[in-house]
Structure formats: C-alpha cells, structure tokens
Ligand binder design. Structure first.
Ligand code: GLN
Length: 475
C-alpha cells in the first residue's frame, strides 16, 4: 500500500487509521522504506529499531479496540539524548558506547501511553553541543535541501528525519537553539517550550537551567499536539511545573509584535535573512497585527552569558561520565590515568573544550569574574524581556543569522559556530517559550535553502505562539 507521506499530519493519519484507510503497520512500513532508501546518504538515524512493526501491530490492536488516542500509531523519531528503557542511548558520543537505558524518560512514558511508534534514535552533536551535527562521533547528518550543507543542530538528525519523510514528527532538546535552528535550516516547525513545562527526567543533561525537550514537526498543529502530550509537572524533575498556559490573545484585539530592530539588523546577519525577515513582518502587518520596534538593549549579551553558564553547568553534568560505571573505558596505570585516557578519548573535541571552559569559569578566583557575573547578567536580561512584554505580546526575530552553511565551513572556527546561536539563546536564558516557523527560502548556488522566523512569548505563552504561527503560515 502506497501512502503519500508528503502531506501527512498527525490529525490526517489519525483519521485515516480510525477509518481503516490504512493501518499503523502500513504506515510504519512506508516510513521504514523511506529510511531504507535515504538514511545511508542523510545519516539522520544512528539506529532504526528492529521492533517497529511489532509496535505498529500493538497500535493497530488499540485502534481496533476503540481506545486509540490522537497519537496512536504515529511514527516518531527520538533524539539520542532521550532515554527509552532497554534501548541504546548515547548522545552521539563515543563515551557512551554500549550504554542501554534502564528507564524511560518521562516524555517517553507519556508518548508510550499515547501509543506512538518509535522508529529510532537520531543523530545529534555530541551531548547536544553544537549547531550542525558535525560534532557527532558518528558522522554529520546532511541537509536534505542541499546535501553539501549541515541540517543544523544539535537536534539535526531529528530535523532531517522529519524533513525527508523518515518520520512524521521528532523529539529534540533545546538548550540554546537546538530545536529551532535545525527546524529553520530544514524548513520545519520547531518548538522550544517554557523552561520546566516539560520534564527533563531521562534527558541527558547538558545545562540543567536551560535544557528543555520539544518537538520538530511539519506543521504547528503537530508540534502543539506533541507538546500537549509531553508537558506537565513530574515528581521526578523538581524544576518541572504545571504550566499555566495563557489562552491565545489573537483576538479580540490584534496582537502586538515587537521587533528588536537594532539587534535583528546588526552586522554579520546575512542579507537574505534580513530581506526575508522584513517581508515576514509585512505579512504580519497585512494580517492585521501591529508591528512595533522595541528596545531590548541587553539581548545582545545573551550569547556571552550563554557561553559562560552553559559550559559551567555542562562541565558539572558531564563529570558523571567517568568511564567506570558505564560506557567506553580505557585502562591506564592507575585510576587518574583511567579517567584521563577514557575521557580524553571518549569525549570529542568540542565537548572537551566546553568542559575546560566550564571548569575554568567555576574555578576559585574566576567564579566571581565569570560565572557570578553571567548569572547577574542573566537576571538583567530576564528583566529586560519582562519590561518589553508589558507593551508587546510577542517578539519576532529571524531564527538564524544565515541559511544552512556548508559542511566544514565553520568546523575549525568555534566562535563563528557559536555566533549562529545569536537569535535563539536569549529565550533559553530567559526561560521563555519560542517557536521557529518556515518563512521562505534563500536562493544560494542554485539551491533553495529554507529560512525561519522566530516568535518569542512570555512564560506560558505557548498558545499565543501556536495561534500566531498558524496564522502567519496561512499567508
Ligand atoms: N548550538 C548551541 C550550542 O552549541 C545550542 C545547543 C543546544 O541547544 N543544545 O550550545
């Protein structure tokens, strides 16, 4: 049975499954055959599960018994840093060689309860550190719009899987842009929810005060459906909350969209991005929204603050990978040498760089100068956003300063790579929700490369983000 995967959405699949137009097994087979055809070249999956059809059979039983949910039978790809009991998980790192998860992440339990079909685990930058998947220990994923280019990262494999019909939706994690940036590079929707609204239990920690799990999807509604399933307070994550989502404010009064103009047009932003952003704002105006310039003077410091706080937290989190309890191990002459050899070889270059950076900013004598200062600056950025949200409902920026770059183009220049996060990190610093939606294409070397528009809302403003994004995409 041939199913046209291009136009599928969760709701369409659900209706078709309920009507019996095709079964969850038919659907799973269609995705598996796409994976079979494309994964060799695109490297989206590190592993495709061997029980996909069994999972689909269970979904079909549930549908037959009349107790299916909207997500029963939906094929989902999972980033390699989210644990599924009994399955391999490794954050695309050599140090977790052979590690099998002993429990389900809370988001996974929720999706299992809903009856989804897990297709496999997706490639990523090692421990979610990067924006291209070039830091994976298992090769770079390729952007399906131009395979000489990166798909973005760190959830790059998840984005490639969805963009090339190797999954209907995918889970990712976002610490500084890792859902939104690959979504933007691959022409998809990416949601980074409010910090704490989704449990982090079972997500391999990168920077605990910034990490959040979200989804990459083809439509806003699909991202919303996944969010609705996985959100909620969880006793296993003390930072999780039952989010008080504010109802969408699209009507009766038109939404006010704020643009931090000085920032969105600053030096180094690609011309194609600025042009595309301007036309997106024109669309919003035509749709009746009020677009106003806002001043967010501290937003430009978000990146500097991020690259202190993130490595500080990551260096602490990654100290648990001692190569003794699990994973890759290289024996030396004594315990210290064991650590040095195993961590020196088990971790890739970027991860080691961030561990060293993080350890440095936390070390005595530098703690006040770097870490504490960054924490204070974070407070000021949070206040700055709060001030602006008194007069606007949503803030708009491009998602990335350029379209997808070439594989290898930035890999020798970590600073250039870090600058690719310029528009995304501030939402993580301020713990607020943000979404990236496709906003058009840049024509580069005869290829059409997707661009993204980012909307940022105050805490709990997800419904507004969904409503505004859906409206914008109707253009
Ligand atoms: N690209 C950013 C970084 O390298 C974001 C990573 C993320 O969100 N996990 O830190």
């Amino acid at each position: 049975m041939k199913i046209d995967l291009n136009t599928l959405t969760i709701r369409k699949v659900h209706d078709a499954l309920i009507k019996g137009e095709y079964s969850a097994v038919d659907l799973a087979r269609s995705y598996l055959s796409e994976i079979e055809m494309k994964n060799k070249d695109l490297n989206a999956y590190l592993e495709v599960y061997d029980d996909v059809l069994e999972q689909a059979i269970s979904a079909d039983k549930r549908i037959k018994n009349g107790n299916a949910t909207l997500l029963t039978g939906i094929p989902v790809a999972v980033k390699d840093n989210i644990l599924i009991k009994g399955r391999r998980a490794g954050s695309a790192s050599k140090i977790l060689e052979g590690y099998t998860a002993s429990y389900d992440a809370t988001v996974i339990s929720k999706l299992k309860d809903a009856g989804v079909v897990f297709l496999g685990r997706t490639n990523m930058d090692e421990f979610a550190m990067g924006g291209s998947t070039e830091n994976s220990a298992f090769g770079t994923s390729k952007n399906p719009h131009d395979i000489s280019r990166v798909p973005g990262g760190s959830s790059g494999g998840s984005a490639v899987a969805v963009a090339s019909n190797m999954a209907l939706v995918a889970l990712g994690s976002d610490t500084g842009g890792s859902i939104r940036q690959p979504a933007s590079f691959c022409g998809l929707v990416g949601l980074k929810p409010t910090y704490g609204s989704v449990s982090r239990h079972g997500l391999m920690a990168m920077a605990s005060s910034l990490d959040v799990i979200g989804s990459i999807a083809k439509t806003v509604e699909d991202a919303q459906i996944i969010f609705d399933c996985i959100k909620g307070r969880d006793p296993m994550d003390s930072t999780s909350i039952d989010l008080e989502t504010k109802p969408s404010t699209l009507s009766p009064k038109p939404l006010v969209v704020g643009v931090p103009r000085a920032f969105t047009e600053s030096e180094g932003i690609d011309k194609s991005v600025i042009e595309n952003f301007k036309s997106s704002l024109e669309i919003l105006k035509k749709q009746g929204f009020e677009v106003v310039d806002v001043s967010l003077p501290t937003i430009e410091y978000s990146l500097a603050v991020y690259y202190i706080i993130m490595p500080a937290e990551a260096s602490t989190n990654l100290s648990r990978f001692d190569a003794v309890k699990y994973g890759f191990h290289k024996a030396g002459k004594n315990l210290l040498e064991d650590y040095e050899l195993s961590r020196g070889e088990g971790f890739g270059k970027e991860v080691r760089r961030r561990i060293i950076l993080g350890t440095h900013v936390l070390s005595s004598g530098y703690y006040d100068a770097y870490y504490n200062k960054a924490v204070s600056a974070r407070e000021i950025i949070i206040e700055d956003f709060a001030k602006v949200f008194k007069s606007v409902d949503v803030i708009a920026t491009p998602t990335t300063p350029s379209p997808a770059f070439k594989i290898g183009e930035k890999s020798d220049n970590p600073l250039a790579m870090y600058l690719a996060d310029i528009f995304t990190v501030s939402a993580n610093i301020a713990s607020i929700p943000a979404i990236s939606v496709p906003s058009g294409f840049a024509e580069v070397e005869g290829k059409k490369l997707p661009l993204g528009l980012q909307f940022i809302a105050p805490s709990g403003g997800e419904e507004t983000l969904f409503a505004l994004s859906k409206n914008f995409l109707k253009k």
